[in-house]
Write a protein that binds this ligand. Sequence first.
Ligand code: UDP
Length: 472
Amino acid sequence: MAANNDQAPPTPCSPPKPHCLIIPYPAQGHINPMLQFSKRLIPRGVRITLVNTRFISKTVANSSSSSAAACSTTIHLATISDGFDEGGFAAAGSTDAYISTFERIGSQTLSQLITDLSETEYPATCVIYDPFIPWCLDVAKRFGLTAAAFFTQSCAVGSIYYHCHKGWLKPPVLEAQTLIPGLPPLEPKDMPSFIYVYGSYPAAFDMLLAQFDNIDKADWVLCNAIYELEQETADWLSKLWPMKTIGPTIPSMYLDQQLQDDKDYGFSIFKPDSKQCMDWLDNKPMGSVIYVSFGSMASLGPEQMEELSHGLKNSNHYFLWVVRASEEAKLPLNFDPSEKGLIVSWCPQLEVLNHCAVGCFVTHCGWNSTLEALSLGVPMVAMPQWTDQGTNAKYIEDVWKMGLRAEADQDGIVKREVVEKCLKEVMAGKKGQEMKRNAEQWKRVMKEAASEGGSSDRNINEFVDSLIHKKL
Ligand code: UDP
């Protein structure tokens, strides 16, 4: 991680150092990118306080204290309350209840945090907030602070939701093809799930559209995306707002290596079985292993678990499959992976994707997982489950051409034969070889964007300059 150069208090003549409060929505896939972005700001002279909910803060402290402690040496930690300090989201009973309570209690506790900091040597000057919790912008503005929205989804997905917010796209969208500026023609299954299975999660969908309610008041809109990957959409969005692409937010050692010792996210809600995974991979030939993970939230039904387990076995390749503890009971009773497979409850995904034994990633296409596979050059088999994952799958297959989408049947199940066929093609087929070449090319693009003088590096400089030269 970057050197800690922020201990000295400001001298009477020096301008106060910018101090950003980083406020992610409390989920692994939102904390990782915002934390990682913060690490890029510190060596540029910005003080960082990562603000988590009290529940997340306790969970992380209990599950992986070492990585949380590593973070706190350069990134200051603070908490606000979502109103559910003991149980988090699960204790709320419904998404609606969670979102409205978080807004009410979160606004109060964030205001209190900003007030408390204003009496210290390091008052907050900027709030970098997740637009899933748009009220953070209103609180920041009440205190006269700079407010930067930080999108943890692709530009394409942001643009689709914005079209819905404006009423230009009216769900359910069931037309064979939808045209949106800068995006490839989209079939319904390429849309975020809330749009073509309209009404599936109404509260979550409302939250996604509410991201844009007050966005016109944001001083900056930062997007964890890469200009070269979504050029036209990024250009279109930057005509609406002061939008900058700043991704990929993965640890520097896997990309540009500008930040020494930045090897992992350092804030894991789940505890990885690191040694077991890496020892197992170390004994496997190059490119011989299929890595399977559906991220931190997606939940497969028992039938899908069964189909997937057969597809993996029938592919006849080695596989490393992450099945979270909460999902384990859904594994088929007679399923014995011991000969060719290893099942773990969580793994150090970056290290795994970076391992030379891994030849393919079966993924739910969460945005972070997608960016990690792009950055590490691993071809994918896409099995999107919900939310923005269908759109990411479309880009993986048809735009970046570094994966195949395993198509679901009319009941939404990807059958074992489909899994097997996709795996064999990506691991050993002709198309797979082309994907591997494309993957290598995207890996270079990702690295260049993050390196000195690259598109994201320049955008981060511009953002920090504006914080440093802000007239107080
Ligand atoms: N991840 C991990 N170990 C695992 C599975 C996932 O470290 O066994 C990390 C992964 O590297 C990524 C995050 O968890 O950074 C998942 O984020 P993503 O956006 O892909 O999916 P989500 O969990 O939000 O659905």
